[in-house]
Design a protein around this ligand. Structure first.
Ligand code: ADP
Length: 772
């Protein structure tokens, strides 16, 4: 994402406008807005505040909210009686709403940060600044609000900032405030402000003349306050409980009923006592109320009963997921051991694999199979230990960490808790989140887990934690040692076909409440979707595309009054437009200097053709096609190898003096890196320099050393799938990868001829055509 773009929650404001640098509090009552606040507190406490065009609209839609608003920092949150929350925010900068990312359960938007456009004509600007200051002074005197010196201080030297600070002190109509907010050109803003100020000063002068009326109004407010106080006294006299007392009684009742462990109950009663003494509307009261609600919402003693029947568990896993035999077996074994030892203690399962291969959904199935509640928390991007373990209560706006938050959602103390993306955590000066996780996952310690906010021990020992990761490389070592790794690798087209046919389509039809008889997919259309509209290891985009085909089919049925539809290849084309992916196909004839390599990307395997041409020159080596550093180095190492061994391959040994070599890896838009194209580059160079053709039906992969040894590579399965898809029939792989061959599905293995190579000579012998 661009540097000046942010994705944050949005709260629409009714009747207020917030400027940068302004500190303000307001009350939030709408549920959506409260959820947005919670989300902001869980991430970086930033929220986008934009005014509603009409205050009375309860559920504003895109068109009801102004596009320009303010990115704010949340400074404090207080709970008021009822469901209202009081928030203290500080404006940070202007922002322009670019896109609504989510609308439920709260609004989440993409924001472009708007920087001030500074004045060009400094003299004009200075004149405007002086006039604004003068008018504002008049304004403050007339309105008798605040002394001008407290607003315009000496350090307020930027004209943009000055105009914002002044604007925030004015009592203006919403349109005028919005106009001022929308002016990010500072000169324009100063002009507008001056115009408004002059107008306001005129009005204030007029108002002075009708001062008596104003006085009357103030008297009325005072009278009301006085009467209220009296009423309170009368109620007390009559023995009628006031609101505060009712609230205290309500809490007390809840605490007594909640079956809290003894120390928790004691703490709750102690806090309740403090609430009694602090009064509902005080800041302290709000903090205590929030704390009590947290205690009461947590499942201290509620749990679900486990189903440890292995047969049922197997049946649930089989029903909800296709394939994944290894994974299912390992999970069943794991459960069996747990059943025998009668506890769920033991290593934490970690499901590792590319996105969309079903890690999350199989974890959800395990929860179903065990009859446990399921909660999920993503650790992607978590840097701060406090995000996991909470902030101390003394910290303004503190809330518990995500673990306790998850337990509240689970509503049971023995849920299955999925910790997603543990490889995407990082650490910085605010502590290492991995340390907190170590404690959480440690069966010896986690029965007394302490969240900084709660300051009470919470028992996590009945939780079944499962983690997921895309790769093992970035998981901190101590965490890795505690986990049992289960690899979930990518799917072949056949596997995707079955998943789509038996699961995704059924699931999507059910979601759209459509009878399965009404929309049917031909087998060819499913393969077509897989091969031409998705390129991934998992099935996530396949799921999205299936859903979009179904939606379009429903629309067609309604528009054309059809009872049912069969999805064919042509229908897919007409619904989704032209094919998005066209795979490289192997050349039909042998060529000089063109070799098919294989690559492994985050989306799965792919073929990677490499081309080399030779021309008269001075020994330059040119590399093009967006190659990463490792790949460039591997090309240079290959070049040195060819130079040192030119005599073996019938290459002129002076070639490095009188010939230029150009290595190109087509599809320049896709960045490529890694050492595994080493053998491919040497083969292409040797072919180009010796003018011998390379077999068109061969693909290869392997890292190379300067002495010509072939080293192992990763992703053999994905690479094999890609080669097969491209119509290759012979694949050269490093000797050390021979042990991985068992992971390759039989359907693919039977169609490919694998050549095992431990040095480059074997590769060249197998790939280069002997006699022309
Ligand atoms: P991950 O957590 O690995 O990124 P998800 O669990 O989100 O992947 O899976 C994406 C979608 O694909 C889900 O809807 C899931 O149900 C479906 N899916 C993935 N693998 C399978 C499978 N083997 N059988 C049935 N559905 C699957």
């Amino acid at each position: 994402m661009d540097k000046d773009m942010k994705v944050i929650p949005l709260i629409p404001l009714r009747g207020i406008t917030i400027f940068p640098y302004m500190v303000l509090h307001f009350d939030v009552g709408r549920e959506k807005s409260i959820l947005a606040l919670e989300e902001a507190m869980l991430s970086d406490q930033k929220i986008f505040l934009a005014a509603q065009k009409e205050a009375k609209i309860e559920e504003p839609d895109e068109d009801d909210i102004f596009n320009i608003g303010t990115i704010c920092n949340i400074k404090q949150i207080l709970k008021l009686p009822g469901d209202t929350v009081r928030v203290l925010v500080e404006g940070e900068s202007r922002g322009r709403l670019k896109e609504y990312i989510e609308k439920e359960p709260f609004l989440k938007v993409k924001i472009e940060v708007l920087e001030d456009k500074e004045c060009v004509e400094s003299q004009k600007c200075e004149a405007l600044v002086r006039s604004v200051k003068k008018s504002f002074e008049q304004y403050t005197k007339l309105s008798g609000s605040i002394p001008v010196e407290t607003v315009i201080t000496d350090d307020l030297d930027s004209p943009g900032r000055l105009s914002d600070v002044v604007s925030s002190y004015l009592m203006l109509k919403q349109e005028s405030k919005q106009e001022l907010l929308e002016a990010y050109d500072v000169e324009e803003r100063l002009e507008k402000l001056l115009e408004i100020l002059t107008n306001e000063v005129d009005i204030l002068k007029l108002e002075r003349n009708i001062g008596a009326k104003v006085k009357n109004k103030i008297d009325k407010v005072q009278k009301e306050y006085y009467l209220r106080e009296q009423l309170k006294a009368i109620q007390e006299e009559l023995g009628e409980e006031d609101e505060d007392k009712k609230e205290i009684a309500k809490y007390k009742n809840k605490i007594n009923k909640a079956r809290l462990p003894k120390p928790v109950k004691e703490k709750a009663l102690y806090e309740l006592d403090r609430l009694k003494n602090s009064g509902s509307y005080s800041a302290e009261g709000g903090v205590i109320r929030t704390y009590l609600d947290w205690i009461l919402d947590l499942p201290w003693n509620t749990e679900t009963k486990d189903n440890l029947d292995i047969k049922t568990a197997r049946a649930v896993l089989e029903k909800e997921h296709y394939g994944l035999e290894d994974v299912k077996d390992r999970i069943i074994e794991y459960l069996a051991v747990r059943k025998m030892s009668n506890s769920l203690r033991g290593p934490i399962l970690c499901l590792v694999g590319p996105p969309g291969v079903g890690k999350t959904s199989i974890a959800r199935s395990i929860a179903n199979a065990l009859n446990r509640k399921f909660v999920r928390m993503s650790l992607g991007g978590v840097r701060d230990e406090a995000e996991i373990r909470g902030h101390r209560k003394t910290y303004v706006g503190a809330i518990p960490g995500r673990i306790i938050y998850g337990m509240k959602q689970a509503k049971s103390k023995n849920p299955l808790f999925l910790l997603d993306e543990i490889d995407k955590m990082s650490n910085d000066f605010r502590g290492n989140p991995a340390d907190a996780l170590l404690e959480i996952l440690d069966a010896e310690q986690n029965n007394t887990y302490r969240d900084h906010y709660l300051e009470l021990d919470f028992d996590l020992s009945n939780v079944l934690f499962i983690t997921t990761a895309n790769s093992l490389e970035t998981i901190p070592r101590p965490l890795l040692d505690r986990m049992e790794i289960i690899e979930v690798s990518g799917y072949t087209s056949e596997e995707k076909f079955h998943i789509c046919k038996d699961h995704l389509i059924t699931k999507k039809l059910k979601e759209h409440e459509i009878d399965e008889e009404k929309i049917k997919f031909s087998d060819a259309s499913i393969y077509y979707l897989i091969d031409h509209y998705t390129r991934e290891s998992g099935v996530r985009s396949l799921e999205r595309k299936t859903s979009s085909v179904i939606r379009k089919a429903v629309a067609e049925m309604l528009e054309k009054d059809k009872k049912n539809i069969i999805i064919t290849v042509n229908k897919v084309k007409s619904y989704l437009g032209p094919e998005i992916y066209i795979y490289d196909k192997a050349d039909k004839e042998d060529k000089v200097g063109v070799v098919m390599g294989m690559a492994w990307t985050g989306y799965g395997g792919d073929t990677l053709p490499i081309e080399v041409t030779v021309m008269p020159g001075t020994g330059k080596l040119e590399l093009t096609g967006q190659l990463g550093d490792v790949m460039k180095e591997s090309a240079k190492a290959g070049y040195s190898y060819v130079r040192a061994n030119a005599y073996k391959y019938g290459i002129d040994k002076e070639f490095y003096k009188n010939k230029d070599l150009h290595i190109h890896v087509p599809e320049g838009a896709v960045p490529k890196d890694g050492p595994s194209a080493g053998v491919t580059m040497i083969t292409a160079m040797v072919s180009a320099l010796s003018e011998k053709k390379v077999k068109h039906n061969v693909a290869m992969t392997g890292e190379i050393t300067l002495t010509g040894r072939v080293l192992p590579i990763g992703g053999l399965k994905e690479k094999s799938l890609a080669a097969y898809r491209a119509g290759i029939d012979t694949v050269i792989i490093p000797k050390d990868n021979e042990k991985d061959l068992f992971k390759i599905p039989k359907t693919i293995k039977s169609k490919l001829n694998y050549i095992i190579a431990d040095n480059i000579d074997i590769v060249l012998k197998s790939a280069i055509v002997k006699n022309d």
